[in-house]
Design a protein around this ligand. Sequence first.
Ligand SMILES: [Zn+2]
Length: 320
Amino acid sequence: MHIKIATLSLALFAATGADVALASSCAHPETALGVSRVVEIDTSGGPMFGSATKREKEHDLLADNEVVLTFDDGPVPGVTTPILDTLDRYCTKATFFAVGEMALAHPAAMKDVIARGHTVGTHTWSHPNNLKRLSPEKAQDQIERGFAAVALGAGTGIAPFFRFPGLNDSDELLTYLQSRGIASFTVDVISNDSFTGSPQRIADRTLKLVTARRGGILLFHDLKRPTAKALPAILAGLKEKGFKVVHLRAKTNVVPLATLDAELQPLLAKAPANALVPVYGPIPPALTKEGLIPVETDVAPPARSRLPEPDGNQQAAKKP
Ligand SMILES: [Zn+2]
């Protein structure tokens, strides 16, 4: 059995002038929700995280009372922007699983997500709700076109992080992602913001579930305004209840297929002229209450291999 190794390390950052830039966009860093630690993920083994799957997955990334904030389906300027403003106000960081078509339609918003120091992964090209219903070729094209388009819209490298639309994963597609060195993320807490228009209900449900579960990967969508309206109460509630935010980052950027890059360039050219995006310089280190994150390195268990065995056996690796 060929086992690939995924290595995670608690990221190590030295103090730089960039802290000042972050602090200035963060009115009260000492009392804000902030970021308690950064986890850097080596995606080369194609690891999978989050509990909402029947497939083999990695051990939980998070300790008790830690959360990861994630937003799917954007960017949408009228929604993503206020969400970014709220995240800035609470001095915290999230991961955005962007849709390819949306990133090409709204490249300025996509760039803004990157400029404000968040992590960007992808969520297919056009969000078919169940990739399993497509032919393997079409499903893989959805994945690849998504990465190529989001990277083009972002105008820079993005993380090899993927989330299945509708969380509809499959062993075959997870094997494909693993062959491409892409990590996949399901969720632990579903805010239900796709199904309710009430910011209060979104906030109440999220805080209730995250409390019951003592943390986890939280799923939101930067697609509808109620999510943006609910976010201040959610972040304030997380702070009040003592939850800590973990910021996920990738060790290396994804490498999009060059053929798709060339094919998608004309679509980007048709997008509205990019609005001015503030330049924040290098992505700043995360602030903690005490200041910078301590120097520390951690190694995660190996990713479970889904690649075919040399004898042609296609079974996914079993738990040891
Ligand atoms: Zn989605």
